[in-house]
Design a protein around this ligand. Structure first.
Ligand code: NAD
Length: 386
């Protein structure tokens, strides 16, 4: 099979879908890999490293794509890219399926398009889970971003000139990104609190040495919210949560928000009023910015400072700020996923495989996303947080 790796076009997208390590493995399986020249530049992979791993280099995207049977990407293909794919090609990428305007065009081109966001959260899928690998990076990078804007130290310091107080960090949403944000902030010496709508996260938060802020819940609410993914909560729960969280938010120096609900706009957890009550110099890093933001004042892609001196950071695509490692992990996820279809003996798309069935959004000239009754396909995240 011929496998193409085009360069990513989206502004700020520094990642690449294959690395010399994964190219080498694909070539060793007997496949041909074509990399668009410059595709790895922003991930610290020069063309020469791909060539050394056995790839050929294509001077343009069209040259890379025109005869490729399989295309590996990070961002969903745009209309002009889709036009350049070979009819019937297989494409594996983040696809933003809930808001992708090109599904019909991909189906018309008979692409077998796989949306990596739709991978079920099962044990077998763990090594292919791009949301986990990329959100882990986002959580880490969010804390470093906070230290950049926060005008004080993170750890407690005892100096000859006096004692410096540790920063108080509040993490809202304790999925993969939130857990890594807790761990990173703790490593830097901050005092960390965290909250999540899923009660099962309490133990995880406490095992990392942080304090869990628990919103009182009825038994019914507990049962409804304790799945792998969060559900949208009732207005009454939101009011109780807001009351409790407001107190902690106003006492925090740094807030990192990561709360997402699959397929929906991110829930608003911090109102403009709460931001107005925060201390000058405080920082909010809204990892959910790309999905609409958890803070009312977040502007996706921008950093703003309020009149009362709070910095609200809506920087999107945090994994791309750690591009080399983000690409390494993403590329390994994709290689493992490809091995469900690709072997030394060729290519087989087995729709009985639950991981392939849940992620395949267009196939054989039809749009499958939204048409299947598979619970895993219906209950997965929308956000292109990665
Ligand atoms: P996510 O990105 O969908 O959401 C981030 C967090 O925000 C979640 O913990 C969610 O509960 C929380 N949240 C949503 N609404 C909220 C609200 N109103 N207030 C407070 N918090 C709110 O989550 P994720 O990182 O994808 O992780 C989801 C779960 O999946 C986690 O339990 C994770 O450990 C699990 N997971 C399992 C596997 C696997 O088994 N293969 C792989 C990865 C993750």
């Amino acid at each position: 099979m011929q496998i193409a790796i085009p360069a990513e076009r989206l502004a700020g997208e520094a990642r690449v879908a294959a690395t010399p390590e994964t190219v080498k493995k694909l070539v060793a399986m007997g496949h041909t890999v074509v990399v668009e020249s410059g595709a790895g530049r922003l991930s610290a992979v020069p063309d020469a490293a791909y060539a050394e791993a056995g790839a050929s280099l294509a001077a343009s995207r069209a040259a890379a794509l025109s005869s490729a049977d399989i295309v590996l990407k990070v961002r969903p293909p745009e209309a002009d890219e889709i036009a350049e794919f070979k009819t019937g090609a297989t494409v594996v990428s983040l696809m933003n399926p809930y808001a992708n305007p090109h599904l019909a065009a991909m189906a018309a081109k008979k692409l077998s398009a796989f949306a990596m966001e739709l991978l079920p959260r099962t044990t077998r899928a763990q090594s292919m889970d791009v949301l986990s690998s990329q959100n882990n990076i986002a959580g880490y990078r969010a804390v470093l971003l906070a230290t950049h804007y926060y005008p004080r130290f993170m750890p407690m310091l005892m100096t000859a000139a006096g004692t410096v107080k540790p920063a108080r960090v509040l993490i809202m949403g304790v999925g993969v990104a939130g857990l890594q944000a807790i761990a990173t902030a703790k490593r830097l010496g901050a005092v960390v609190e965290a909250t999540d709508v899923r009660p099962s996260t309490k133990e995880q938060v406490e095992s990392l040495g942080a304090k869990f802020i628990e919103v009182p819940m009825t038994d019914e609410e507990k049962a409804a919210s304790d799945g792998v993914y969060a559900k949208e909560m009732s207005d009454d729960y939101k009011r109780r949560q807001a009351e409790l969280v407001t107190k902690h938010a106003m006492a925090a120096d740094i807030i990192i928000t990561t709360a997402l609900i699959p397929g929906k706009k991110a829930p608003q957890l911090i109102s403009a009023e709460v931001v107005r009550g925060m201390k000058p110099g405080s920082v909010i890093i809204d990892i959910a910015a790309e999905a609409g933001g958890n803070c009312a004042l977040t502007v996706p892609g921008e950093v703003s400072v309020t009149d009362n001196g709070v910095t609200v950071v809506g920087t999107t695509n945090l994994p791309a700020l750690v591009a080399a490692d983000a690409s390494n992990l993403y590329a390994r996820n994709l290689l493992t996923f490809l091995s469900l279809m690709l072997s030394k003996d060729g290519f087989t798309l087995n729709l009985e495989d639950d991981l392939l069935a849940a992620t395949l959004i267009t196939h054989d000239g039809a749009v499958r996303f939204g048409q299947t009754s598979s619970p895993s396909a219906a209950a997965q995240p929308a956000a292109t947080r990665a």
